[in-house]
Write a protein that binds this ligand. Structure first.
Ligand code: SF4
Length: 357
């Protein structure tokens, strides 16, 4: 018999679970915005212990998953150029475009593509390869964008003319607004992302409570963090004035990280961005400001995002907007598995479909 308890701290988690069960007085659907929360709900065992009536929906918080097919296609096409070396994070490599091409297959066919763990490594590559234009493919949210901005500032300070960034960054609050404005929004409250919130703090989410009368709670990633956040969400939901709360105080300060935001806004300005499954959302992306045009791959390599087909049969768009749970995709666990993924939600370690699988 397997006696391993799903919690590392069962004596703390068990009473919280009982409190959550008591707090549920009606059906309640919350969205865990961040892919790491989806993974944490399964890793800790909480997903299988949620009280009846409490449903969790995945949100648009996996950076690789929300990167649009047209952004992947643009990166693949530029990586094929002889004068270009592309650098990016590992998860993006296996995302396929609708024709089945990926950065991984492009690399196998001879394109110069490097997997890096930090944008600063791409700067090292640029220094070591003066004959190449080194393009860092920047995907991710407010968590990664400040580091990429700092790298651009470093490139400018070092006069590195062969380093540039293809900015596919996305901002979380505009996506949540879009979901809330949708006529089909079945979300009663948001479990807000722990990592993004270390940068943002609480203020950028206030509209969820003030305009849309929904609660939103920043949560951590351990079993007790998740349970505390869920209890707060459920308790706030029936309040006449639901609030935005922080239940991850050891990681997130109410004001976030102003220095990181300052660096991010020095280099980037909000711009429209294409999201997988959500379409174009105004002011939800980050474009390089004109004074940093020398580091902007869109400008330097004359990139226009192409119109692309969608991946046949893949329902990632619906999964990312909480309109479908991964097991309800007809391809889930059949044609689409982590070893041979069809959509990005099965590719990424933070992807909902991979987490459910
Ligand atoms: Fe896309 Fe695969 Fe998830 Fe279906 S199971 S939504 S095909 S990633």
């Amino acid at each position: 018999m397997n006696t391993r308890h799903p919690f590392s701290d069962p004596e703390l988690a068990a009473p919280l679970l009982r409190r959550l069960e008591k707090a549920i007085t009606r059906p309640f659907a919350f969205m865990e915005v961040c892919g790491t929360h989806t993974v944490a709900l399964f890793r800790t065992g909480i997903a299988s212990l949620l009280p009846p009536g409490l449903t969790h929906l995945s949100g648009p918080g996996c950076p690789v998953c929300v990167t649009h097919d047209s952004e992947i296609a643009a990166a693949i096409s530029r990586a094929a150029r002889q004068d270009v070396s592309l650098a990016t994070f590992g998860d993006v490599m296996r995302v396929t475009d609708p024709d089945g091409r990926s950065l991984k297959t492009a690399k196998a066919n001879g394109a110069s593509i490097a997997v890096v763990y930090s944008p600063l490594e791409a700067l090292d590559l640029a220094r070591a390869s003066p004959d190449k234009n080194v393009v860092f493919l920047g995907v991710g949210f407010e968590t990664t964008a400040p580091t990429v901005a700092a790298t651009i500032l470093a490139a400018r300070a070092q006069n590195l003319g062969n380093f540039m960034v293809l900015s596919c960054h996305k901002l979380v609050p505009p996506a949540l607004r879009l979901l809330l404005e949708g006529p089909e929004c079945g979300v009663d409250g948001f479990l807000l992302p722990g990592h993004v919130s270390t940068i943002l703090g609480l203020a950028p989410y206030e509209f969820i409570a003030t305009e849309f009368k929904r609660p939103a709670v920043i949560g951590g990633f351990e079993a007790t963090d998740l349970l505390k956040a869920l209890i707060a969400l459920v308790e706030e939901a029936d309040s006449p004035a639901p609030r935005v709360l922080n239940e991850y105080g050891r990681g997130v300060s109410p004001q976030g990280n102003p220095k990181a935001r300052e660096i991010m806004h020095t280099v980037f300005a909000p711009a429209p961005a294409r999201w997988r499954g959500l379409g174009v959302i105004p002011d939800s992306g980050l474009a390089l400001r004109p004074e940093f045009a020398a580091f902007d791959a869109l400008e330097r390599l004359e990139i226009t995002l192409p119109d692309v087909k969608t991946i046949p049969g893949c329902r990632c768009g619906e999964v990312l907007s909480g309109r479908m749970r991964p097991p309800d995709c007809p391809l889930f666990g059949k044609a689409c598995v982590p070893a041979s993924p069809i959509g990005p939600c099965m590719v990424s370690t933070e992807g909902s479909c991979a987490a459910y699988y």
